[in-house]
Design a protein around this ligand. Structure first.
Ligand code: PBG
Ligand code: ZN
Length: 328
C-alpha cells in the first residue's frame, strides 16, 4: 500500500498542472541578446567559434535586429569589436564616438526606441595587452586608474543613449564609481547598472574571445575574475555590488554556477538576477546537439528552465533568436 503522505503523481498528472510547479516561467521579456558590433560597418561575418552568430557592422544592424524585435525581442547587450590598430595600453578607443558601440547604440535607439540597449563596459576589447583594466609597470592591475576609466566609458555610453551599462571588468569599487558618474552626468534616472558581480575566471569564454578578439596577450584574468571554487567571494561580491548601487545582479557563466544564482537570489531578493549563458555554454550545447547527444530545442529549453529554477529573472543568451520563435 502506498501511504497518503507518499503521493506526488496526482500533483502533476495533468499537463496543465506542470507549469504550476514552476516559480518562474520563461517569457520573451526575460531574454537579453548579446550582439558583437564590428568596426567594419558593412560587414555581417559569421563567427567560426559560435554557430549562427555574426559580427555585425553598424550598417547591418537594422536587418539583424529588426526581425527579432518583430518577434518580441525586448533587450540587447552590445560588445564592440574595434580595429586592431586603435588598441592601446589604456583602452582609449572604448568610448570613441565613432566606434562600434556608440554608433550602434545611437542607431538602435533611433530605429527601435522601445528596445532596451545595454552596453557591456570593459577595456579588454580595446587594450593592446588584452586585460580588462589599466596595468602597473609590473603588469599587475592598477585598480584605481581602471575604475576611473571604466566610469568614464560607462557615462559616455549612457550619454549616447544606452539604457543600461554592464561592467564586466571585475575591478573593485567600479559600481559606486559608475553610479556616481551617472548621477553627475544627470542620467541616473534613465540608465540602469547591471553588475557582473559573480563573474568567474572560466574556461567557457574562449569562443567569445575569438569573436571579440579580446584575449589577454600575456597572463590571464585570474587575479580579478573570481576563482571558480569560491562561493564566499561570490557572495561578498554580490553584497558589495548591491551596496554600491547595482540595479541588477549578474552571475556568469550560468550552467556551472547555478548554486551561485540561487545565492544571488537569496542575498539580493529585491533585485532582478541575471544569468549569462556564455559563449562556451552556447557552443557546447550546439555541438552536443550536432553530435546527436540530444535534440537542440528541448536541451536549450531545459537549460533555460534550470536557470530560472535556480532563481534568475533575466537570461542573457545567444539562443535568443531561436527562443523568440519557440516561445511564439
Ligand atoms: C569582457 C567579457 C567577456 C565576456 C563578457 N564580457 C570575456 C572575458 O571576460 O574574457 C564573456 C562572454 C561570453 O563568453 O559569452 N570582459
Ligand atoms: Zn574584459
Amino acid at each position: 500500500m502506498v501511504e497518503i503522505d507518499s503521493l506526488l503523481h496526482s500533483g502533476y498528472h495533468h499537463p496543465a498542472q506542470r507549469p504550476w510547479q514552476a516559480e518562474r516561467t520563461l517569457t520573451k521579456s526575460a531574454l537579453m541578446y548579446p550582439i558583437f558590433v564590428t568596426h567594419e560597418q558593412d560587414s555581417l561575418t559569421p563567427i567560426p567559434s559560435m554557430p549562427n552568430q555574426c559580427r555585425v557592422g553598424v550598417n547591418r544592424l537594422e536587418e539583424v535586429v529588426g526581425p527579432l524585435v518583430a518577434k518580441g525581442l525586448q533587450s540587447v547587450m552590445l560588445f564592440g569589436v574595434p580595429d586592431d590598430f586603435v588598441k592601446d595600453a589604456f583602452g582609449t578607443a572604448a568610448d570613441d564616438p565613432n566606434g562600434p558601440v556608440i554608433q550602434a547604440t545611437r542607431l538602435l535607439k533611433s530605429k527601435f526606441p522601445g528596445l532596451l540597449v545595454a552596453c557591456d563596459v570593459c577595456l579588454c576589447e580595446y587594450t593592446s595587452h588584452g586585460h580588462c583594466g589599466h596595468l602597473y609597470p609590473d603588469n599587475t592591475i592598477d585598480n584605481e586608474a581602471s575604475v576611473r576609466r571604466l566610469a568614464e566609458v560607462a557615462v559616455n555610453y549612457a550619454k549616447a543613449g544606452a539604457d543600461c551599462v554592464a561592467p564586466s571588468d571585475m575591478m573593485d569599487g567600479r559600481m559606486r564609481a559608475i553610479k556616481q558618474g551617472l548621477i553627475d552626468a544627470g542620467v541616473s534616472h534613465r540608465v540602469s547598472l547591471m553588475a557582473y558581480s559573480a563573474k568567474f575566471a572560466s574556461a567557457l569564454y574562449g569562443p567569445f574571445r575569438d569573436a571579440a578578439c579580446s584575449g589577454a596577450q600575456f597572463g590571464d584574468r585570474s587575479a580579478y575574475q573570481l576563482p571558480p571554487p569560491s562561493r564566499g567571494l561570490a557572495r561578498r561580491a554580490i553584497e558589495r555590488d548591491v551596496r554600491e548601487g547595482a540595479d541588477m545582479i549578474m552571475v556568469k557563466p550560468a550552467g556551472f554556477y547555478m548554486d551561485i544564482i540561487r545565492d544571488a537570489k537569496e542575498l539580493a531578493p529585491n533585485h532582478p538576477i541575471a544569468a549569462y549563458q556564455v559563449s562556451g555554454e552556447y557552443a557546447t550545447i550546439h555541438h552536443a546537439a550536432a553530435a546527436g547527444v540530444y535534440e537542440l530545442k528541448p536541451a536549450v529549453l531545459e537549460s533555460m528552465t534550470g536557470l530560472l529554477r535556480a532563481g534568475c529573472n533575466i537570461v542573457i543568451t545567444y539562443f535568443t533568436p531561436e527562443l523568440l520563435v519557440w516561445l511564439s
